[in-house]
Design a binder for this molecule. Structure first.
Ligand code: ADP
Ligand code: MG
Ligand code: MG
Length: 450
């Protein structure tokens, strides 16, 4: 059998597709790929399927395994950055002057740094995201989009989507394809990290505090990880697990105080403030400078190579000749770049004409330092159907983003756990250049290894 994606004749068979869509939605419900509705985000009386693709999307086997293999190195990198205060100070010194949100996070960081750390256990649960950049010869290269060190989501639901796609493919008469969908269990991998940190914390009665959003549509994603923990039993706050707190809108003045209080507490923070800052786009850009990875991995050139191979071009917008060059480059060819502020959650980046508009406005002022510039990754588009409540069915031209979950626990100087915890494929229509699942743009998917 040809190792390809879903053939066009299947995608164009309207009667089959109509049947499959009904089967797919029921299968998503039966397998617990669920979300609360927009109308009643805090009640489970009425729930719906989380948005997902009708078919899995092709991902080259080698690239997929490359992404999994580099994850434990990324875990170590994030952890090393979080412990390197002079690097964080230097990398973020310009950003915090002009970006209020990062500045306030940094104030908390300085505060706890001065006081001294209260807790020697560090728990990291992150997700490194990639797109596959097309090369001229038809091959593709794995390029990191970003790493999320706070509130990395959809590990729970991703543990349940493989069965949905397997079932759809079976009903479509594509049994062989259905066998090519991998098992995936990030819930267990993430819960393993939480459980390990809890165990090291060492109080039988202590609990894990989930910090959640006011609107909780994605409750089932949380519950899967939580339920893994209930299997172990527990009660006092051993761990604060942030599934909120990554956007300025998440913070009132009172919430900023609460964040500081948590950072100063004995609880293990996932992430602690330094690990949160290690996940900023500015840090990502600084890591791409020559010699920086070598500084974090002295004597480990293979690790450096493996990580660097996944870097797309990243450019500073700090004041000075280097930043001026970046401005000129972006204005000359805006379609080749993405302009990124220090924000999370999708929908914040700028593309094409917007890049010119914004850069023309800020290019002479220090405000430009709030952004970084990145090469635009150009994945090969694939046809698929995106299933989302209330959206009419149509064949879409889609782009996929592969996420890999990492889980690690450090106790003092000892890495006691460092694992790749599973993967997540998200797919969106190429009409949108930005936005994740929670932002209502991308949908859940599975890789069909080719
Ligand atoms: P966020 O933290 O808001 O998720 P991202 O850096 O992941 O920020 O960008 C959001 C989305 O924008 C990504 O999911 C991807 O679809 C798109 N995107 C970001 N960077 C690039 C890039 N360099 N090339 C192509 N698309 C990108
Ligand atoms: Mg992000
Ligand atoms: Mg992202």
């Amino acid at each position: 059998m040809a190792a390809k994606g879903i053939p066009e004749d299947v995608l164009m068979d309207n009667d089959l597709i109509k049947d499959l869509v009904d089967v797919a939605k029921d299968s998503a419900l039966l397998n617990g790929v669920l979300m609360r509705t927009k109308e009643t985000p805090n009640s489970s009386e009425v729930v719906t399927y989380a948005p997902f693709t009708l078919f899995p999307s092709p991902v080259p086997k080698d690239t997929f395994h490359q992404a999994l293999a580099v994850q434990t190195h990324y875990n170590r990198l994030v952890d090393k950055i979080s412990q390197d205060s002079s690097f964080l100070e230097e990398a973020l010194s310009t950003t915090i002057k002009v970006d209020d949100f990062t500045g306030r996070l940094f104030n908390i960081y300085r505060h706890v740094l001065q006081e001294g750390k209260t807790q020697s256990i560090v728990l990291g649960l992150n997700r490194s995201d990639y797109m596959l950049d097309q090369n001229g010869d038809g091959s593709a290269s794995l390029k990191q989009i970003e790493i999320n060190t706070i509130a990395a989501s959809f590990g729970g639901l991703a543990s349940h989507t493989p069965n949905v796609h397997r079932h759809i493919l079976k009903v479509a008469g594509r049994l062989e394809d259905s066998k090519r969908i991998l098992d995936n269990n990030p819930s267990a991998g993430l819960a393993k990290g939480l459980a390990k940190a809890w165990e090291l914390y060492g109080s039988e009665r202590a609990v894990v505090l989930y910090l959640v959003e006011e609107l909780q549509r994605n409750i089932f994603d949380h519950r899967y990880v939580e339920n893994e923990l209930w299997k172990r039993d527990g009660r006092e706050v051993a761990i604060v697990y942030f599934r909120n707190g990554y956007m300025p809108q998440n913070y009132t003045e009172q919430n900023w105080e609460a964040r500081l209080m948590m950072e100063r507490s004995m609880a293990v923070k996932c992430p602690d403030i330094s690990t949160h800052l290690a996940g900023t786009k500015k840090v990502q850009q600084e890591l791409a400078r020559p010699g920086v990875l070598e500084r974090f991995f002295p004597g480990e050139p293979d690790v450096v190579d493996q990580i660097r191979a996944t870097f797309a071009g990243l450019y500073t917008l700090d004041m000075g000749p280097e930043g001026d060059k970046t401005v000129a480059m972006a204005l000359a060819k805006p379609d080749q770049f993405v302009l990124k502020p220090q924000r999370e959650g999708g929908g914040n980046n700028l593309y094409g004409a917007e890049i010119c508009q914004v850069l023309e406005g800020v290019k002479q002022s220090t405000e430009r330092m709030a952004y970084i510039l990145m090469d635009k990754v150009q994945p090969r588009p694939v046809h698929n159907y995106l299933l989302r409540l209330g959206t009419p069915l149509k064949l879409s031209t889609c782009l996929s983003e592969l996420g890999v979950f990492g889980a690690y626990v450090r106790h003092g100087q000892d890495m006691v756990l460092n694992e790749c915890a599973g993967h997540l494929l998200r797919t969106k229509s190429d009409e949108h250049s930005d936005g994740g699942v929670a932002a209502g743009v991308a949908v859940l998917d599975n890789p069909l290894l080719v």
